[in-house]
Design a protein around this ligand. Structure first.
Ligand code: GLV
Ligand code: MN
Ligand code: MN
Length: 411
């Protein structure tokens, strides 16, 4: 068979997606495999087993990133890397991240079956803690891999449940010894579900991702005073619960006023003591701000800071912020995005250029090598939700585009 005629085995890809989705399965078809949990370990064990069955040389680095290497005919050549993550948010879908990893394994198995060798080695990577929902920032594993966070700092990150990253990583047995930055890639291509509405709404199969928006995460802590809900006049309150609500409302207003694709989310709130008849003494909320334009993102951050200062003054509370993540917008490699579109066209799939609204490991890899992403549609644009779905034909289309883009890069 000519390499150009090669296609992935869609049934096999679906079977692996289904098997991995059973690890940490939750109601509604989704997954809970939060980073460095027992479920994350079980998912890693499954994927590492598949890597070994496919003949890949498996290595793990000190932040738990996993690499499966398929040798090339030129042992000196830098490898072409693909991959993604298998950790999920607590109420995650079955495709976010998993498709990129298992799509990579499917490419390897298709090449093995066809007896096709590539000049450059191929590496399938599984990056640790892409979600960052337990151990912020997001993309922590790939950030450390590219040298954007010192190892000691990564290991000392504390989770929202009070555990140290290094301790949890050792506990699940994935504190590896391969040097950080191992297998420095010639190029990186990541297959992922869009997680947004664009491809589904337009009926287009393949997105060639050319840029990705900047991300600003902060935790906001409000300290007021608890008091009796019945006896305390409104003018004498220092109400952290009210402040939490006001911050949530402000974020929605800010996004509306700024327009232009600015998005703002308050995704987490905790109140203390969290009782019906007690004015809350403390609140912790999160602010997730994103924009493709760095200056606009900075403007959103400034406006949030000004609002918090006014609110603290008006309510007589203390408001402090802690930075959880900050990444500037990223432009991917235009030549790679062109190649993705060229392969999509040759394979007969509709395609378009697009932006990524979500964060991805590819944005970290773009710091050290040419990188780009292949998107496939998310039905209804639903993601970070157990109902996340992509049609089997679209999963297969994405894996076929990944196959041929990798083949070209590795030749
Ligand atoms: C990571 O998945 C993010 O975009 O929040
Ligand atoms: Mn993802
Ligand atoms: Mn995600």
């Amino acid at each position: 068979m000519k390499p150009a005629d090669l296609r992935i085995d869609a049934g096999r890809l679906l079977r692996r997606l289904e098997a991995l989705a059973q690890v940490g399965a939750i109601e509604g078809g989704g997954c809970c495999r939060v980073a460095l949990s027992d479920e994350d370990k079980a998912g890693r064990d499954l994927v590492c087993g598949w890597m070994r069955e496919l003949g890949l040389a498996v290595s793990v680095d000190p932040v738990g990133n996993i690499f499966g290497l398929r040798a090339g005919t030129d042992a000196q050549a830098a490898p072409v890397m693909t991959g993604s993550h298998i950790d999920t948010v607590r109420t995650g879908g079955r495709y976010d991240g998993n498709l990129g990893v298992l799509g990579g394994l499917e490419v390897v198995e298709s090449l093995n079956d066809a007896g096709l060798a590539t000049r450059r080695p191929l590496v399938v990577a599984v990056f640790t803690d892409e979600e960052g929902a337990r151990f912020p920032p997001d993309m922590l594993g790939s950030l450390a891999y590219v040298g954007g966070m010192p190892l000691a700092e990564a290991l000392d990150v504390v989770s929202i449940d009070g555990r140290r990253f290094g301790d949890e990583l050792a506990r699940i047995g994935y504190a590896g010894s391969a040097p950080l930055g191992t297998h420095k890639p010639h190029a990186y291509i990541e297959l992922h579900v869009e997680q947004g509405p664009v491809l589904d709404a337009e009926g287009i199969t393949i997105g060639a991702v050319e840029d990705l928006q900047g991300i600003s995460w902060q935790e906001v802590s409000v300290t007021g005073q608890s008091n009796h809900a019945g006896t305390t006049p409104m003018r004498l309150r220092h109400d952290a619960g009210y402040c939490a609500a006001a911050i949530g409302t402000f974020l929605r207003t800010l996004a509306g006023e700024m327009g232009g694709g600015q998005v703002c989310t308050m995704g987490a709130v905790t109140l203390h003591p969290n009782l019906i008849n007690v004015v809350a003494a403390r609140a912790k909320v999160t602010a997730d701000l994103r924009n493709t334009d760095e200056l606009r993102l900075q403007e959103a951050e400034r406006r949030l800071a000004a609002f918090l200062a006014e609110l603290a003054q008006a309510e007589g509370v203390k408001i402090e912020t802690r930075r959880l993540a900050r990444f500037e917008p990223v432009r991917f490699d235009a030549g790679l995005a062109d190649a993705i579109e060229r392969h999509a066209a040759r394979l007969g799939y509709t395609h378009r250029r697009m932006t990524s609204g979500a964060g991805h490991d590819a944005q970290m890899l773009a710091r050290i090598c040419p990188a780009a992403m292949v998107f496939v549609p998310s039905v209804g644009g639903i993601s970070h939700n157990p109902a996340e779905h992509t049609e089997p034909a679209d999963l297969a289309a994405g894996a076929n585009v990944l196959l041929h883009t990798l083949l070209e890069l590795a030749s």
